[in-house]
Design a binder for this molecule. Structure first.
Ligand code: PMP
Length: 418
């Protein structure tokens, strides 16, 4: 007979399946994402409102993590909630196109002069995977050039930016060529050695993993010139950096890619990714054409992410972006006036900030975890890599308070390291 008793922590027969710690052992390591790992059992989020969040210890926190830079309008922004609620009530996902997808396409392409078409996906990882596929299909080549220690999501090819890792198909390795960040000579040499190998160069214009310093305009312009000269596509991965300018960071630099990947902020806090590009390349996805390649996804372009994304981008006016970026610039200057004497600095650009030791090579995982906890004790939530992102509900006073608390945490971490 089939038992009708529901499993609960008390009636699961195998005692090892009982939970001794939160999330354990039902989730490997207790986590649903590796990026949650901060060394000790982390708090759980239970509520968010604007720039504030509360955890299950009842602690009120400044949310400078913002789901890894996604929540540019903070938690539960009323207009975004209303748009998403409305979409859910009307039908959360369908198997024929929806009008909100069209709206977000228009909103995005208005911000991306020079790019003509767009496809939506469910994450930045998916968007980058599709951009690679488009580049390969268009050029008939397999090679991808990336900067060393860039981050482009968790597909096999993207993970190779940090070198070979367990679980990544070895067959992918021969197709990926890494160039040290900002090394123009090496970039040139890569194309001199193999002028017809590469389908694309992909650049994250503000690589967090590689130190949160923007790529130089000269490097980006050289990538543009080499891609054009050798028939490869230039891809800007703006999954994180799109928030930094009305037309992304590439727009600020004045360089036009062939394809651009976006995610995070453009979905208003819901799952999203996007590949925008010039029509001559994007048309490879056009199913009317016998030459087309497929790009789908059950939840791609779902009306909830689309409707929320439209409102999020409407709220993210050029004036708001500028205000947020200058709040970030002030916070960096304020922090650096204190931190440099302690052997640390606040890096970043505009609304994205991250503390580093002056000699960034000293930064190891253990130090990052200590800093995460010191910030948490001071009432600030950072990403596990210590990245902080400002959000539009924040004003001068909140950002000053945030900076003060973060500086205190960095000093505590620096002193602990001596
Ligand atoms: N590209 C960049 C530059 C990223 O920083 C990330 C994730 N932080 C991704 C791609 C992958 O995005 P997602 O986590 O939505 O898959």
């Amino acid at each position: 007979m089939i038992s009708t008793m529901m499993p609960s922590p008390d009636n699961i027969r195998d005692p090892h399946l009982r939970r001794n710690r939160k999330g354990m052992p039902l989730l490997p390591g207790g986590y649903g994402r590796s990026a949650y790992h901060v060394g000790k059992e982390p708090p759980y989020a239970v509520h968010g409102e604007g720039w504030r969040m509360w955890d299950d210890n009842g602690r009120e926190l400044i949310d400078a993590n913002g789901n890894f830079t996604t929540l540019i309008h903070g938690n539960a922004h009323p207009e975004i909630v209303e748009a998403a609620e409305q979409a859910i009530r009307t039908g959360a996902s369908w198997g024929i196109p929806n009008l909100s997808e069209w709206d977000l396409a228009e909103t995005m392409l208005d911000r991306l002069p020079g790019l003509d078409q767009i496809r939506f996906a469910n994450s930045g990882t998916e968007a980058v995977m599709s951009a690679f596929r488009i580049a390969r299909a268009v050029t008939g080549r397999d090679g991808i050039v990336m900067t060393k220690d860039g981050f482009h999501g968790t597909s096999d090819f993207a993970l190779l930016a940090s070198g070979p890792t367990k679980g990544v198909a070895r067959s992918a390795e021969s197709d990926v060529t890494l160039v040290p960040l900002g090394d123009i000579d090496e970039l040139r040499e890569v194309f001199q050695n193999n002028p017809t190998k590469y389908a694309a160069i992909i650049l994250d214009l503000l690589p967090n993993k590689a130190g949160l310093l923007p790529l130089s305009k000269e490097f980006v312009e050289e990538a543009r010139a080499l891609a054009t000269a050798h028939g490869a596509l230039l891809i800007f991965d703006e999954v994180v950096s799109f928030r930094l300018g009305p037309n992304g960071l590439g727009g600020r630099m004045g360089v036009l890619p062939d394809l651009l990947t976006a995610g995070k902020v453009i979905g208003g806090g819901f799952a999203i990714g996007a590949i925008a590009g010039r029509q001559e390349y994007m048309s490879i996805l056009d199913p009317w054409s016998p030459e087309s390649i497929s790009h789908s996804g059950t939840f791609s372009g779902n009306p909830v992410s689309m409707a929320a994304g439209v409102v999020a981008l409407q709220l993210l006016t050029p004036a708001e972006i500028e205000r947020l970026n200058s709040l970030g610039d002030n916070a960096r200057a304020e922090a650096n006036a204190v931190l440099n004497a302690h052997g640390w600095e606040m890096r970043g650009l505009g609304s994205l900030l991250r503390p580093f030791p002056l000699d960034a090579r000293q930064l190891d995982g253990e130090t990052q975890r200590r800093l995460w906890w010191a910030a948490y004790e001071n009432g600030v939530v950072l990403s596990s890599a210590n990245l902080a992102a400002l959000s539009t509900p924040m004003g001068e006073q909140v950002v000053h308070d945030f900076t003060d608390r973060l500086v205190g945490a960095v000093i505590k971490t620096a002193e602990g390291a001596e």
